[in-house]
Design a protein around this ligand. Structure first.
Ligand code: GLA
Length: 753
């Protein structure tokens, strides 16, 4: 077997000639070429082609616009071979490993029993297509043929997205150790001329400032890295990328490649661009301190890394990925199957009373919440153990008897009687040293012998990889859910992980990074969903620290940020809506300390939360009659527009910006274009310039729409008119009520006549 790769170009060139014969047109789905080991993955608007060279390299041959026929493929590889860059380095290998003549970012690294630390994976001659949209391709190590890798591809045909992962199986008779197991490599074709530019768009953040959109030019020779090393996806970056062609005087391209990792632990994505203009993106579970042992006959499957292509710019990418995530959420979760079951309007008293939850106070709030139209009443932190602040009680999942003398059941019953669902907060991965659980089981946390245990928010991290720990957690949660008829839980996580290891473990102790997610967090969430199919779960990690697409496929919704100041929230929702379906992204209306001293009207607060799932977090006990009436009115309106909001595509017509806090406008449109909701916001602006025309999108241009506008009051329609789809899109609308205004907003509801 020739592994130096010099024959790659030659063999593919031969293949190209054969492809020039007339071939039948390509339908969507996965097709194998009749002659060659080449597979065409065809979605509505894109095609991804992989093929094995005669030497056995499995390479990407095309990713981009849809190919119509087999002979549309030009399989010639760009010849960038010289001694410093042997072909495997620049080959567009589907699974570039550490080893051989590969000197670019790789996906997989293993240490073999004889001490060799490289692999040589080649096409094994086997590939299976299942149901027309799933492809499994086997690779085998060229020298240790018992080492097998199966690459998995699953097509989301309607959303132009490919889901990738792979399974590595150790067929050797001794153990091997993995030290890196990213999920996939993606190869973007060469950018056009030398003056052409590509930009990578990523999401940065901090606690209370999640998902801030950042973009920067991809420069040759530079590797762009985004990551979390914190044990959970975190706020600092999000496992998402989009790479777009920057249009120039000679190139009008609006092509975008985008992707996201479905993994709720540490992760990394890197994008390297060569001087030849090719970009390789690799990513998956973070490799820092990662380790996994494969005993003979054991296998390991990576998390998914999904990616897609669109020629419709960032609005296209923003439509396809959330639709994809929604589709898989719907596939996986009983609670999400029916799109006509809407996410509830919830009340949560965390910002209003923090840890001071008592049966009496919560019931008072519930009595006020129900007539407002609230559908889910949630008790947040503070209901259990000795939990009066964040320094004690975490881990003691027993109802605090001083605060709830008769337990939670009477509260849950009354909430149900009032017509609301009942929800409860948990933070099942954390423990305060000042808790009964820790006093009893100090060895249930991550720790190293002989050094002090680091505390953050006065807490340590439970090692959910240990079966006794996860069973304790599961058992406490399941018992409380069953005993109190709990309909919803908020699963929080407030501490980055450290000292992650296993004790008395005869395998690799570094497995703890993966085990505590897979066998801990995911295990418990899946088991709860199986045991209580109607249970709704919200994922939270100090706000939006855990909202990767993997968690969204297992849970119902995410808490996008602890920062409920509406103008900050808009920025956060702008970033998060790149990958989150709108219904998943929760925002509360509050009168929180975040905006103390600034007057932001209640209407503005509601309209910001109208972009996704609506919650109320204010101290409604202190609301005036007028405020209660207004809130009830907005909630009623929200319920009318939520079929569009929760099932539509959230697009942005005017982008919010950290620099100029003037205005932002979004438009959510139903898939059949029959309805849309435009939300316009005017921030605290030093200028009084009137707003420009706002041109809408994605409407039916030949239809007429009736348009209704609300601004300050849910009870008064400000404007009502009819307009054609063409006019709404070509000329647009004027939100005159936002002229010369501070913190003023408008809801525009359009319905096709
Ligand atoms: C985190 C969450 C909040 C709240 C508190 C409770 O910060 O993000 O919403 O639940 O914990 O301690």
């Amino acid at each position: 077997m020739n592994l130096n790769g010099t024959t790659i170009n030659r063999l593919l060139f031969r293949a190209e000639k054969v492809y020039r014969k007339e071939e039948p047109s390509l339908k969507t789905g996965i097709h194998k070429h009749p002659t060659f080991d080449t597979w065409f993955l065809v979605t509505q608007r894109s095609t991804y082609v992989i093929g094995a060279t005669a030497d056995g390299y499995l390479v990407n041959l095309h990713w981009g616009n849809r190919l119509e026929r087999l002979d549309d493929l030009n399989a010639t590889m760009q010849d960038v071979f010289f001694s410093q860059n042997p072909p495997p380095t620049y080959a567009t290998e589907e699974l570039p490993v550490f080893g051989g003549l590969r000197f670019r970012d790789n996906v997989l690294k293993a240490e073999l029993p004889d001490g060799t630390r490289e692999l040589n994976l080649l096409f094994a001659g086997n590939a299976n297509i299942t149901e027309g949209y799933i492809l499994d391709v086997d690779l085998r190590d060229g020298y240790r043929t018992e080492l097998l890798v199966t690459l998995h591809y699953e097509l989301d045909i309607e959303n132009d997205i490919i889901r990738r992962s792979y399974t590595i199986r150790n067929g050797l008779d001794k153990r091997i150790n993995l030290s890196k197991a990213f999920s996939a490599a993606w190869h973007l074709p060469t950018a056009l001329g030398s003056d052409e530019k590509r930009e990578i768009l990523t999401l940065a953040g901090e606690w209370a400032a999640e998902a801030m959109v950042e973009s920067t030019e991809l420069r040759p020779g530079v590797t762009h890295v985004v990551q979390s090393q914190r044990g959970f996806p975190s706020h600092v970056s999000y496992p998402y990328f989009a790479i777009r062609q920057v249009p120039s005087d000679v190139n009008p391209s609006t092509e975008v490649y985008f992707g996201a990792i479905g993994w709720s632990g540490s992760w990394e994505i890197t994008a390297h661009t060569s001087l030849f203009g090719t970009t390789r993106v690799v990513g998956g579970m973070h490799h820092q301190d990662f380790g996994w042992t494969l005993e003979p006959n054991e296998s390991f499957t990576t998390p998914i890394f999904v990616a897609g292509f669109t020629s419709e710019g960032m609005p296209g990418a923003r439509k396809l990925l959330p639709r994809h995530v929604r589709k898989y959420q719907q596939k996986n979760l009983e609670t999400q199957k029916d799109s006509n079951v809407f996410h509830p309007v919830l009340y949560n008293s965390w910002e209003a009373v923090t840890f001071n939850v008592t049966a009496e106070k919560q019931l008072e709030l519930a009595e006020i919440a129900a007539p407002l139209g609230i559908e889910l009443f949630v008790i947040d932190d503070g209901w259990f153990g000795d939990r009066n602040n964040d320094s004690a009680g975490l881990g003691d999942w027993y109802v605090n008897e001083e605060k709830f003398p008769n337990g939670l059941k009477p509260v849950a019953d009354r909430v149900h009687e009032l017509g609301m669902k009942f929800g409860l907060w948990f933070e099942s991965e954390g423990v305060n040293p000042n808790s009964d659980l820790y006093r009893e089981h100090p060895d249930w946390v991550f720790y190293y012998e002989g050094i002090p245990r680091y505390e953050a928010r006065s807490q340590l991290v439970l090692n959910l990889a240990l079966p006794e720990v996860r069973e304790y957690v599961y058992d406490r949660m399941a018992t409380l859910i069953a005993e109190n008829d709990i309909d919803y839980i908020k699963w929080d996580m407030n501490r980055p992980w450290g000292e992650v290891t296993m004790h008395d473990y005869d395998r690799n102790p570094r497995e703890a990074w993966v085990l505590s997610i897979r066998e801990g967090f995911y295990y418990i969430v899946d088991k709860l969903k199986a045991e209580f199919p109607k249970l709704w779960i919200e994922s939270c990690a100090s706000g939006g620290g855990r909202m990767d697409i993997g968690v969204v496929e297992k849970t119902d919704q995410v808490w996008t940020s602890d920062n409920t100041r509406p103008d900050a929230r808009i920025m956060i929702q702008y970033g998060a809506s790149l990958f989150l379906p709108p219904r998943v992204m929760y925002g509360w209306v509050t009168n929180s300390p975040w905006d103390e001293g600034i007057h932001i009207p209640l209407s503005f607060r509601f309209h910001v939360s109208f972009q996704g799932g609506l919650g109320i977090g204010s101290n409604i006990h202190e609301y005036t009659e007028d405020e209660l009436e207004e809130s009830a009115g907005w909630i009623e309106l929200y319920k009318k527009i939520r079929p569009v909001i929760q099932n539509g595509d959230l697009d942005w017509l005017v982008q919010p910006s950290r620099m100029s806090e003037l205005v932002a406008v979004s438009q959510t449109t139903s898939h059949d274009q029959s309805e849309a909701v435009v939300l316009g916001y005017r921030f605290n602006s030093p200028f009084s310039t009137p707003l420009n025309w706002i041109r809408l999108r994605n409407l039916d241009k030949s239809a007429r729409y009736s348009v209704k506008v609300w601004t300050s009051s849910p009870h008064d329609v400000d404007e009502e008119y009819e307009m054609s789809g063409a006019l709404l899109m070509h000329k647009g609308i004027l939100l005159t009520s936002l002229n010369n205004a501070q913190f003023k907003s408008a809801v525009v509801w359009l319905k096709r006549n």
